[in-house]
Design a protein around this ligand. Structure first.
Ligand SMILES: O=C(CO)[C@H](O)[C@H](O)COP(=O)(O)O
Ligand SMILES: [Fe+2]
Length: 223
């Protein structure tokens, strides 16, 4: 299972240093949570931060995974692509034209993902399975780091994994993934885990990543 540390709970005065520590510990993706204060009740950062992190991602061969929690994301996908995002994920609830948004992302030469909130049924994105590289299932209500994983979403992860089958689509879980919950996510069929407060918290970053890998080793992923 891939780990995608979310920088939301990182120390922003030492952001480069903290991401470098996570990359040194062998993480695969860098997860960037973009919030507009409308789709979610919080504001984070925009393309400037993506652009600032591009050289660091290149140095480590890490992927810049951009999670857009903004209304009508099609207004901004070109800006995030130009800033250097590798993967751009949009919320199905945030636009009446999710297919068009995904088309735009692909036309910009980027990988595309579609995300849904805990209360949104899988049927909302079923028709998009063959159109995207990644499906993100929120395991908390979006807007803040450090929340508790909602266990009932794991059933949705399992049902999505069955729908996806052996198609090359990543299944990402986002929110509340810690050493105590990561094995259950992997067992349900998730292939990528966003890990925010579990990595950028009180523990040294390499220890935090080792703890996640150790928890995964107890229960090997099914996909
Ligand atoms: O999209 C998000 C919140 O909307 C974040 O990616 C998520 O909350 C990660 O943080 P943590 O692992 O601390 O829950
Ligand atoms: Fe996220």
């Amino acid at each position: 299972m891939r780990l995608a540390p979310s920088i939301l709970t990182a120390d922003f005065t030492r952001l480069g240093e903290q991401i470098a520590a996570a990359c040194d510990a062998g993480i695969d993706w860098i997860h960037l949570d973009v919030m507009d204060g409308r789709f979610v009740p919080n504001i984070s950062f925009g393309p400037l931060v993506v652009r600032a992190l591009r050289p660091l991602a290149d140095r480590y061969g890490a992927m810049l995974d951009t999670h857009l929690m903004i209304v009508e994301p099609e207004r901004y996908v070109a800006d995030f692509a130009a800033a250097g995002a590798d993967l751009i994920t949009v919320h199905a609830e945030a636009t009446p034209h999710v297919h068009r948004a995904v088309q735009m992302i692909h036309d910009l030469g980027k990988k595309a993902g579609v995300a849904i909130n805990p209360a949104t049924p899988l049927s909302m994105i079923e028709e998009m399975i063959d159109q995207v590289e990644l499906i993100l299932l929120m395991t908390v209500n979006p807007g803040f780091g450090g929340q508790t994983l909602i266990p009932s979403v794991l059933g949705k992860v399992q049902r999505l994994a069955a729908l996806v089958g052996d198609r090359p689509v990543e299944i990402m879980v986002d929110g509340g993934v810690h050493p105590s919950t990561i094995a259950a996510c992997a067992a349900a069929g998730a292939t990528v885990a966003v890990v925010g407060s579990a990595v950028f918290g009180p523990q040294p970053i390499p220890d935090a990543i080792a703890a996640l890998r150790a928890a995964l080793a107890e229960a090997p992923p099914v996909r």
